[in-house]
Design a protein around this ligand. Structure first.
Ligand code: ADP
Length: 707
């Protein structure tokens, strides 16, 4: 719990620090930019104040020459009649805003003419000399003979004003002044508005003083010394000090914001929030990554452990396979002896009761061998040691082979045993011959085993399909005891038997499990249909390729079809096996030459190499084993067609067969030797020999074969 809280804090801390830094930065930026912006605004204010001051001077400088023309005309003409003066003056008053009155002041400083009289009556006959400010300007203008401007005065008409005096001289005669009275509020208001747009004018509160006396101010102007925006600009007109004081209105401050410092500061603060959120998220993500890494590490450990365990299991499996291989060899070798001797004794004359006992012994031996073979097959499948090899075959020859294998057994049980091939029986197929054969072998064996009367029939159907493929269907139909529905679901499992199977005490419960596994391996399907008391049908389907080369149909390999005499070198150290194989070969008319070990076999083969048709090579032999001996022979006689070598062994595992092949052998005959299989090999070799002698094309493959 404490750890959780501190880890939560660890996640929040960097984000909080980031946020804090960003907010500080935002404030700094806001202040710096704000300061800079204020300075810019103040600078702008100053410029505007100066501009306003320049408007004032420009305006008056523009107007003075025009007004001066009235005095000039007087001078030129030696006087101006009153009505003319008045008309002229009215004209100027209309044209120039801010002029309150234009007057003629006589040389004694009395105002004699006033235009317009309306509103200016008080000025008529006013003695200007009586008031100091006015008199000073009058005297200055007269004495210097130039227009002068008074300091601001209180106008008799009301309000503040300034007076401009234009002295009039006709020759040396002084004729008084043309006096222009400016209402400063109106005049300056106009002068300022004239220069600026109304919008800009609204940005400021403006006050103007002439000689420190306020003569103009905008509506709402309040002098505040504390106002930091308060800005002044000074100028001079005709010796008078003009000061323009301005400060910005809210209007100015509002519209001059542009991208204000506050906004940038705010943006930065928002950015800070986002960044800190990001930091928080990244922190969280990195914690999650760390966690994932930790979990990964644990998983890696676990998977390492699992791999180690798997390795161990594989090693154990391999050990099991090796053990089974060794065991099967150890069991098969003496069994070979027993069965071989029993087979030999079959030919001798014995009393009937002995003959019966011998038969029982032989049956038991065959049953034991089948059991050993099944256990071995099961172990091989379990260990994944079975490799599917595809080869060319015809269904008719497969059927014939199977039929011949079981015909004696069926005969003994007085069963009708037949097969029928539908479709294209002699079509050469390229497929998994051995597994198909083994499955059918199991099914036919079972059918005969569990049928006491009636028949066992094998139906084969070959349907050619598109793309060079064919579909094979095999039905093994018997009229035996049948299997209950409940038992039908179990019998494909290893070591599972039906009631019938158990009571028959013939079998291991492995045959169908092996068949199912093999069918799966070759991507086929196997099914059972049965009714108790009515018989059973096992069906197998398998898709195969049609062989590229369609050869002539093979002759059936049967007892009748025995190979023509061959000269065979047999390398075998075990004397019982020697006896059995000698009997099997010589009784079929073959020439048997014995080598007691591998070394002797090499010597005999190489001395008389070309005179042997075949070598049957035991593997485990003293002095030199079968593999070494084969390698040595192959160095002398590499041509496998001239001298084929077949392994003769109880070691029937695939990797071992591969080893024999690599050493230079062409096939394997497993012990105890099955006579029909031996005969089939011999027949192939004799046929091949004949073809070689006839110098025709060799078709019969002498490739790898396990029989
Ligand atoms: P087993 O070695 O016992 O024959 P299988 O796996 O080949 O083992 O068969 C399993 C069981 O299925 C047999 O024990 C038997 O009960 C039953 N079974 C198989 N084939 C047949 C059949 N053709 N007729 C009746 N029962 C059969």
């Amino acid at each position: 719990m404490v750890r959780e809280i501190s880890s939560q804090q660890n996640k929040i801390l960097p984000a909080a620090v980031t946020l804090f830094i960003c907010i500080i930065l935002a404030i700094l930026i806001w202040r710096l930019l704000g300061e800079e912006h204020r300075n810019d605004q103040k600078e702008l204010l100053k410029i505007h104040a100066e501009t306003f001051a320049s408007y004032v001077t420009t305006d008056i400088s523009d107007k003075l020459p025009a007004l001066g023309r009235m005095a000039h005309r007087w001078t030129e003409r030696g006087g101006t009649p009153k009505d003319e003066f008045e008309a002229d003056a009215l004209h100027y008053i209309d044209d120039i805003p801010g002029i309150k009155a234009i007057e003629w002041v006589d040389p004694t400083y009395y105002v004699r003419w006033v235009v317009p009289l309306l509103g200016n009556k008080e000025a008529l006959n006013l003695n200007l000399g009586a008031e100091e400010k006015r008199r000073e300007s009058l005297e200055e203008a007269r004495d210097r003979m130039t227009p002068t401007l008074t300091k601001p005065v209180d106008l008799v008409q009301g309000g503040k004003g300034i007076l401009v005096y234009f002295p009039i001289f006709v020759g040396d005669r002084f004729d008084g002044f043309v006096l222009v009275v400016f209402d400063t509020q109106e005049w300056l208001d106009h002068a300022l508005r004239n220069g600026r747009s109304l919008h800009e004018f609204e940005d400021y509160q403006i006050a103007i003083t002439i000689d420190n006396e306020r003569v103009f101010q905008t509506n709402g102007y309040q002098y505040q010394i504390s106002n930091e925006w308060f800005t002044k600009a000074n100028t001079k007109i005709l010796g008078h000090a003009i000061t323009v004081s301005i400060y910005p209105t809210a209007h100015f401050l509002a519209h001059d914001k542009r991208i204000s410092a506050e906004m940038i500061g705010l943006a930065f603060a928002i950015f800070g929030f986002i960044l800190s959120g990001l930091v928080f998220y990244l922190q969280k993500a990195s914690t999650a990554t760390k966690l994932a890494e930790q979990v990964n590490e644990v998983l890696t450990h676990e998977s390492r452990d699992r791999l180690a365990a798997e390795k161990k299991a594989n090693a154990a499996n391999e050990a099991k396979t090796r053990f089974l291989a060794a065991m099967s060899h150890e069991i098969r070798t003496p069994l070979n002896g027993v069965l071989g001797v029993l087979q030999l004794l079959e030919k001798r004359e014995f009393p009937e009761d002995v003959r019966e006992k011998l038969k029982t012994a032989q049956h038991s031996g065959v049953f034991l061998l089948a059991l050993v073979n099944q256990v071995l097959d099961f172990a091989r499948i379990e260990a994944g040691a079975v490799e599917v090899i595809e080869e060319d075959f015809t269904v008719s020859s497969l059927m014939a082979d199977l039929h011949s294998l079981f015909s004696t057994q069926a005969e003994q049980k007085k069963l009708k045993f037949e097969y029928a091939v539908k479709g294209s029986p002699n079509l050469w197929i390229f497929g998994a011959y051995e597994p198909i054969k083994q499955v059918l072998f199991n099914l036919i064996g079972n059918a005969i085993k569990f049928t006491d009367q009636g028949s066992v029939t094998i139906y084969a159907d070959i349907q050619e399909e598109a793309d060079g493929r064919a579909r094979l269907q095999f039905d093994v139909v018997d009229t035996g005891k049948g299997i209950s529905e409940e038992e039908q679901t179990l019998i494909f499992d290893a070591f599972k038997q039906s009631e019938t199977g158990r009571t028959s005490r013939m079998g291991s419960g492995l045959g169908l499990s092996i068949s199912k596994n093999l069918t799966n391996m070759i991507k086929g399907k196997i099914e059972v249909k049965s009714k108790v008391g009515q018989g059973t049908t096992f069906t197998m389907w398998i898709d195969v390729a049609i062989a590229k080369e369609q050869k002539a149909p093979v002759q059936e390999c049967s007892e009748v079809n025995i190979a023509s005499p061959l000269k065979i070198l047999v390398a075998e150290d075990n004397d019982i096996n020697q006896m059995i194989i000698e009997e099997m070969l010589t009784s079929d008319g073959h020439d048997f030459v014995l080598a007691e070990n591998g070394d002797e076999a090499v010597k005999k083969a190489c001395q008389n190499g070309l005179s042997f048709d075949l070598i049957l090579m035991d593997i485990q032999m003293p002095v030199m084993n079968g593999i070494e001996a084969t390698k040595a022979i192959r160095r002398q006689i590499p041509d496998t067609e001239i001298l084929p070598i077949y392994a003769l062994t109880a070691n029937a595992f695939k990797n071992q067969m591969d080893e024999y092949e690599a050493a230079g052998m062409q096939g394997t005959l497993t012990k105890p030797i099955d006579r029909p299989k031996l005969r089939s090999v011999l027949l192939r070799i004799s046929d091949h020999k004949k073809e070689m002698e006839l110098n025709t094309v060799v078709d019969i493959p002498l490739g790898k074969q396990a029989l």
